[in-house]
Every structure is written in structure tokens, then in C-alpha cells.
Design a protein around this ligand. Structure first.
Ligand code: ARG
Length: 544
């Protein structure tokens, strides 16, 4: 659907000759949209801007969309949509299953790398953010017609498995009885053992070699540790209500067979060089190189991410790669992107975006820790929030708090504030949605097909209708720039406009076309709020 803003922009550009940079008005008295194009043109030509504005208005024909255009101050153009046009725009959205959300062209395939917890460790607060943010990206990108391939780059490989497997043997541990918290406790014991006992450390090293060379008994224990961890992760995913499934897992170990050939290829082409016994790739602008193979002949985190990019480009045919991790990993990814561009593994036609998020802080302003001083477990955090609210509300609160600020900022996990049903919170939006559901239920119109907005005249109705028509544009913006807080701001604004409308415009007690039109506005608001919340991964129940 061609949006009203697009249409107005096109017509204004035709008479102005340049992009009019039409923007939502900053104040209600400036109409619905404003443009400073006359000021810019006048400056270039050295003429009076109000004169330029008047000339543009004479030549511009938008009577079918707008009320008469106002020229304000030094020459701003203030445009106000006609109420009947707004009503029609809301009805057009109603008739469109995509609610005015248009596909991003050209159609893309995007890989979203997110969550990615580590085997034998419980997910901690950092994994909460990547899991919630990544889930939102998947939903929003699908809404704009992108083919999304989630990739859970689970940490299922590495030196730690040597000590874990030796510790299991030492303790004669029953693997059938082990769960994820148990595996994490084992991890801590193995670590302490490693520090205290040189012979154990030696056995752990030998066990890593056995694992890498495919020793069956060793691999069986390794597989069992992954299975135990996955059971734990999946329980958390289910609790969080995210879309990830086992099909999305592409753990670090899945790239093992690619690593040797990649090292050979990079070395043969002179891209990788030997440095202090290791095989590395230097990238301009970075102090340290990417490690392709360490001096002990082992492969690690860097080269695994190189392989992951190659797989995603060559085999998954992705043209957009998105990574959601802690902001502190930005340097790692920039370096890996540089290596892959140099090596030709990442053609210019493929875009990469690393989305780094800030830390989760406690109300004391310090990084969120357990009483014992370790990074808080994700499940403990969920428990905390559920102390003050039902699970559905607690989850809405957490997700909204996570997504409603600029992602790279730290955010304060304040369960009391986040779960409030007023103010800029997830539960407030859920309540706003439930109120729309209630009014429709009282009018016995649960299944109202929500076209039928007409005769809108009250300012609160017009403001609400205008807000509704902005949905498609916001979703496109979020899909492009990966800024979920913009969707949060939009939904909060919509809910606020709805509550002003609800106060100022009687719905059930009005009559005739006014009543049906207002009910249609309620239904439209309900659908847009529910859809928007769903894109954030937040449930929108009809009753709270
Ligand atoms: N497992 C890592 C961690 O917990 C995150 C992995 C992110 N994804 C990647 N392709 N490196 O910090």
C-alpha cells in the first residue's frame, strides 16, 4: 500500500524539485506533517522564503488529501490531512492483512545470530537480552517479507570439554541424572580441580585431543553434555516464549570440518600469515590480528566465526547477516567482517550488522549479580519479576524494558517499575489492548471487521486515526535500522492517543454512524496494538 506520506512527498517533490523532507509535525498546531523545503530553496536562491512557500502552495495540488496548507513563521509548510482521507486510510489498513506494512524490496534472506548460550553453563542476564532482541528482529523481518534464518551459535566446542569429561570420570558421575544446573556446578568443580592439580590439567588436555580426533567414548559424553544443556535452554526459551527451536542450532562444533580447509585457503592466498607460531590475518585499522590457528595447532572462536560467515553466504544464501551480542564483542565482529571481506568470503552485496546491547544493571546501578557475586542467571531474573506480577505480565514487563531503550545503552532491571500498569511499560500496553477488547465485547462486536471508520471530527479521533496510519512506516524503519525502541515509542504513543480518545469521545453511548465509526477505531487500535506487541514478542490477551 502506498502511504499517504509517500504520496504527499512525491507531489511536493514534483513542484519543489528536491526532497521536501516531510516530517511528522513537532506540535499539534503545526498540523500533521511539516516541511522546511521553502526555507532551503530560498536560501539557495537568495530570495524570500515565505514567497517561495506561497509559490509552492499555489502550484501544489493536494486538495484531495489535505486541508488548505498553512505557511507558518519564516516559511514552514504545515499540512493537515482531511478527516475523510484519514478515515479511508484506516479502513484501507483494515482491508490489508499486512496492516499497511510493506515488504522490503528487494526481498532478502537474513541470518539472525542470537541467543547462543554456552554448553554446561546456565544462561545469564546477557543471554536474556540477545534472546529477546533477536526474537524481535526475527518477527519484524518476517513481517516485511524477509526470509529469516535464525542461527543459534551455541558454544558447544572448546577446551573446557576436556576438564568437564575428566571430572565426570573422576567423580563417576551418573550422566542420566545430571541437569543443567548440575552441569554448571560440575563446571565450577572441574575448573577448581584444573587450577589445583597439574596431573588433572594434563589429563584434561589429552581429553581435548581425544575429542578432537573423534574418540567415540569421549564424543558420547560430550554429546550427552550438549543434550543436558539443550534441555535446560529449551525450558528457558519456552518460558520466554521465543521462537527458537532445535532446528535453529548451528553450534560452534558444526563448523569443525571447515576450519582446516579455510586455514589452508587463507594461507595459500597469502591472506593469512605466520606470526609468533600462530596463523593469523591482519586487518587494517585493528591492532591485533584474527587468529586462524593458534600456536598449538588449535582452532578457536575467531576462525569459527569466519567459517560461519562462509556457510551463511555460500550455503544459506543470506544477503543480510545480523549478530546480536553484548556490545563488548563489537571489536571481534568488526575484525571477522574485515577478514571475510579481504578473503572474498563476504561479497559487497551482503550486508552485515552487529547489534551490540548494553548491560543489565540492578537498581543499585551496578551490573546485575547474584548474592554470590556471579552474573545473575536468567531464570533467577524471571523468578524476580514473577514475585511482583503474573508470568504473562512479568514477561511483557521484561521484554518491553529490554526493547524500549536504545539497545546499546545499559538498562536497569527494576522489577517494580517495569511491571507497573501505568507509564511506559509493557503491562500498560497490554492493559490498553485489553481495554479495547472489553469495549468491543460490551458492544458484542468481538468479531467486528474493522473497516467502517467514517465521520471522524473530534480532535482525539483524528489524532488516533493519524497514529494508526503510522504503523507500516514504523515497522519498515525498525526492520531496516534494527531499532525496536522505535516500535515501543510508537505503540506507547498509540495507547496514549487511545486513552485520550476514550476519555473524550463516548463510544457505547453515542449513536448511529458516530458509534459504529468509533467502535471501528477501537477495533483498529486493538488490531494494531496486538500486532505491534506480537512483533515485540509480547502477548496481547483480551483479559488481564
Ligand atoms: N557463545 C557466545 C557467548 O555466550 C556468543 C556467540 C555469539 N555469536 C557468534 N557468532 N560468535 O558470549
Amino acid at each position: 500500500m502506498h502511504s499517504l506520506t509517500d504520496e504527499l512527498t512525491a507531489r511536493l517533490r514534483a513542484v519543489a524539485g528536491v526532497d521536501p523532507e516531510l516530517r511528522p509535525a513537532t506540535k499539534p498546531e503545526f498540523g500533521h506533517f511539516q516541511s522546511n523545503v521553502a526555507l532551503r530553496l530560498a536560501k539557495d536562491r537568495g530570495v524570500n522564503p515565505r514567497q517561495v512557500a506561497a509559490d509552492l502552495v499555489t502550484r501544489l495540488n493536494v486538495d484531495d488529501i489535505c486541508l488548505p496548507i498553512e505557511i507558518a513563521g519564516p516559511g514552514f509548510l504545515n499540512l493537515r490531512l482531511r478527516p475523510d482521507v484519514l478515515a479511508q486510510a484506516v479502513n484501507d489498513m483494515a482491508a490489508d492483512p499486512a496492516l499497511g506494512v510493506t515488504a522490503l524490496e528487494p526481498r532478502q534472506t537474513a541470518v539472525v545470530d542470537y541467543s547462543s548460550p554456552n554448553v554446561a553453563k546456565q544462561m545469564h542476564v546477557g543471554h536474556l537480552r540477545t534472546t529477546i532482541i533477536g526474537d524481535c528482529f526475527v518477527r519484524v523481518l518476517r513481517a516485511v517479507g524477509t526470509t529469516v534464518i535464525p542461527q543459534n551459535h551455541m558454544g558447544d566446542w572448546g577446551r573446557q570439554f576436556g576438564m568437564l569429561i575428566e571430572q565426570i570420570a573422576d567423580e563417576n558421575l551418573d550422566l542420566d541424572a545430571l541437569d543443567l544446573p548440575g552441569a554448571e556446578a560440575l563446571y565450577l568443580r572441574a575448573n577448581a580441580h584444573l587450577d589445583a592439580d597439574a596431573a588433572f590439567a594434563e589429563r584434561a588436555r589429552a581429553r581435548v585431543v581425544a575429542l578432537q580426533s573423534g574418540d567415540e567414548a569421549t564424543k558420547a559424553v560430550w554429546r550427552r553434555l550438549i543434550e543436558i544443556s539443550l534441555t535446560g535452554f529449551n525450558a528457558t526459551y519456552q518460558r520466554l516464549g521465543v521462537l527458537l527451536t532445535d532446528d535453529d542450532i548451528a553450534g560452534e562444533s558444526s563448523y569443525n570440518d571447515m576450519l582446516g580447509p579455510i586455514a589452508d585457503d587463507l594461507e595459500a592466498r597469502g591472506i593469512a600469515v605466520h606470526d609468533q607460531g600462530a596463523l593469523v590475518v591482519f586487518v587494517d585499522g585493528f591492532d591485533a590480528p584474527a587468529i586462524i590457528r593458534n600456536s598449538a595447532g588449535g582452532y578457536g572462536y575467531d576462525v569459527t566465526d569466519v567459517a560461519a560467515i562462509k556457510h551463511r553466504v555460500d550455503d544459506l544464501h543470506a544477503d543480510r547477516l545480523i549478530y546480536v551480542t553484548d556490545v563488548r564483542q563489537r571489536g571481534h565482529f568488526e575484525l571477522i567482517f574485515g577478514v571475510c571481506r579481504r578473503a572474498g568470503y563476504l561479497p559487497d552485496s551482503v550486508t552485515v550488522q552487529h547489534v551490540g546491547y548494553g548491560m543489565v544493571m540492578g537498581v543499585d546501578g551496578r551490573p546485575f549479580k547474584t548474592r554470590e557475586g556471579t552474573a545473575a542467571h536468567l531464570d533467577d531474573l524471571l523468578d524476580d519479576a514473577e514475585q511482583v506480577a503474573s508470568p504473562a505480565i512479568a514477561l511483557a514487563a521484561i521484554k518491553y524494558a529490554d526493547l524500549s531503550n536504545q539497545l546499546q545503552k545499559d538498562y536497569v532491571f527494576d522489577a517494580d517499575r517495569m511491571t507497573k500498569t501505568f507509564g511506559d511499560t509493557g503491562p500498560y500496553l497490554q492493559y490498553a489492548h485489553a481495554r479495547t477488547a472489553q469495549i468491543l465485547a460490551r458492544a458484542q462486536l468481538e468479531n467486528l471487521t474493522w473497516g467502517g471508520v467514517e465521520a471522524i471530527a473530534e480532535p482525539a479521533e483524528i489524532d488516533l486515526a493519524l497514529a494508526l496510519t503510522g504503523f507500516g512506516g514504523v515497522v519498515t524503519e525498525v526492520a531496516t535500522l534494527l531499532t525496536p525502541h522505535k516500535l515501543c515509542i510508537y505503540l506507547y504513543d498509540l495507547a496514549t492517543k487511545y486513552s485520550v480518545f476514550y476519555e473524550q469521545c463516548p463510544v457505547l453511548t453515542s449513536e448511529g454512524a458516530t458509534r459504529s465509526s468509533r467502535l471501528a477505531l477501537c477495533a483498529a487500535t486493538k488490531t494494531v496494538l496486538a500486532t505491534g506487541l506480537r512483533l515485540l514478542g509480547i502477548a496481547a490477551p483480551d483479559r488481564m
